[in-house]
Design a binder for this molecule. Structure first.
Ligand code: UDP
Length: 468
């Protein structure tokens, strides 16, 4: 009977072991598990999730990896170096072989039958290992639909002369990818590791082209045009596209804490409870961005001179080569903020953004942070640093108009002005209203019968069809 078949399928998932990739993959696993699919998460020893305590419904299998060594070798480099090292390390034959052995044993054991493997887009070697066993793969894209398109467009960007970027064309609109301008393109040309980056982008395209479906953590009302273009492009290859986001709201409620690699300091919630509604600026640059000592001081003085209460995440490795960056905060800063600021190493971010005291979010425009902010209707101060963050910052400022995009060097006066616009001035009123109205659209997408909700149904049906 079809119903019995539907209860008896298993999905294996293998995320890249970064917070920004791990979270959406585990959230997707939660959404699929809630629809009755059995779930096995494959993971590396590096940044391994904590299965026993946090995900009682899933099975976990470790695969051998050399990621710790690869990442350690980038000591002294920036966040991008780590991202690139990780992406290179997951292409190692030993890792693909390890995954192959795990999948082969799962296929042999039979019940519930293994329907497919869901992977990050750059795990091409792992995809090939699965294909060798006849196992279909689905690719989870953890960035926006806009960035999915952007990352597939680099040949065009070079062919048409947008790249390499020149001083003279930075403000030029990229008419094929509105509203992006040349300065929003992540330009590999000037990087010492340009070849590695281009290889990773090409691998991601290859993996998508060889997959049985693309899953994107976004929602129809946010990126309708971008999703249509992607669907048109992939339809030729017979690859369905599922826009199921924001994923953090499609999985069971405790998924945020469960997916966090670092321990969340919950004392900030008690502190927020003592603050006035919409008065606090929450500041966090995600899990991989680094700042210099000078930038740290500019951020601190910008916050101090804004006069606004703030909750600031100063991650343990926020400043490269410094063990406790919170001890680097400038002399006189504590006095200047006189108890109106709180600094933590890692926050329960989703809960923070949902707190009524939070009135703005200063972010690096990582995609998860952006979706979390959109879902709570919190307007954004965006200071993107690299990769897809640059394009997301442009969308925040110019397409959705739900935030202030602060470009160029971090300087205290510019920061102070941007915070004032975002949180108090008339100029920012429209921004704050649009953030609130986008929140409603996000919620409608997730309602029963809404597009994201339906997309999960379609994805589950698709997975069952793969296993038949
Ligand atoms: N995050 C968190 N606590 C913090 C800062 C960030 O839980 O103090 C989470 C945040 O909720 C988001 C993720 O870390 O889900 C960061 O992902 P994002 O894509 O925004 O940025 P990345 O870290 O990949 O640059």
């Amino acid at each position: 009977m079809a119903g019995e078949d539907r209860r008896a399928a298993r999905v294996a998932l293998f995320p890249l072991p970064f917070q920004g990739h791990m979270s959406p993959m585990l959230q997707l696993a939660g959404a699929l598990h809630a629809r009755g699919l059995a779930v096995t998460v494959l993971h590396t020893a590096f940044n391994a999730p904590d299965p026993a305590r946090r995900h009682p419904g899933f099975s976990f299998v470790a695969v051998p990896d050399a990621i710790s060594d690869a990442v350690a070798a980038t000591e002294g480099g920036g966040g991008l170096d780590r991202v690139l090292a990780m992406n290179a390390a997951v292409e190692a034959p030993a890792l693909a072989e390890g995954v192959r052995a795990v999948l082969a044993s799962m296929l042999r054991s039979g019940e519930p039958r293994l329907a497919c493997l869901v992977i990050d887009a750059t795990l091409t070697a792992v995809q090939k290992a699965a294909a060798g066993l006849g196992l279909p793969t689905l690719v989870l894209h953890t960035g926006s639909a806009a960035c999915f398109r952007l990352f597939r467009s680099y040949d065009m960007l070079y062919d048409k002369g947008y790249l390499p970027a020149q001083e003279s064309n930075l403000l030029l609109p990229v008419k094929e990818l509105p509203p992006l301008q040349v300065r929003d393109l992540f330009d590999p040309s000037k990087l010492p590791n340009k070849e590695i980056l281009m290889k990773i982008l090409n691998l991601a395209n290859e993996t998508t082209a060889s997959s049985s479906g693309a899953i994107i953590n976004t929602f129809e009302a946010l990126e309708p045009h971008e999703l249509k273009m992607i669907r048109d492009e992939l339809a030729d290859k017979g690859i369905p596209v599922f826009a199921i986001g924001p994923l953090h709201k499609l999985s069971p409620a405790d998924s945020a804490a469960a997916a966090s690699i670092l321990n969340q300091d919950r004392s900030c919630i008690e502190w927020l409870d003592t603050q006035a509604p919409r008065s606090v600026l929450y500041v966090s640059f995600g899990s991989v961005v680094h700042v210099t000592r000078h930038e740290l001081a500019e951020v601190a003085w910008g916050l101090a001179s804004s006069g606004k209460p703030f909750l600031w995440v100063v991650r343990g490795d926020l400043v490269l080569g410094v063990e406790k960056p919170s001890e680097l905060l400038p002399e006189g800063f504590e006095n200047a903020v006189k108890g109106r600021g709180k600094v933590v190493e890692w926050a329960p971010q989703q809960e923070v953004l949902a707190h009524p005291a939070v009135g703005g979010f200063w972010t690096h425009s990582g995609w998860n942070s952006t979706l979390e902010s959109v879902y709570e209707g919190v307007p954004v101060l965006s200071t993107p640093r690299f990769g897809d963050q640059l394009a997301t910052g442009r969308y925040v400022g110019d397409a959705w108009e739900i935030g202030v995009l602060l470009e160029g060097a971090l300087e205290r006066e510019k920061i102070q002005r941007a915070i004032a616009t975002l949180m108090e001035e008339k100029e920012g009123m429209g921004i704050r209203e649009r953030a609130r109205s986008l929140k409603e659209k996000a919620r409608m997408c997730l309602e029963s019968g809404g597009p994201s909700h339906q997309a999960v149904d379609m994805l589950v049906n698709h997975i069952y069809s793969l296993s038949l």
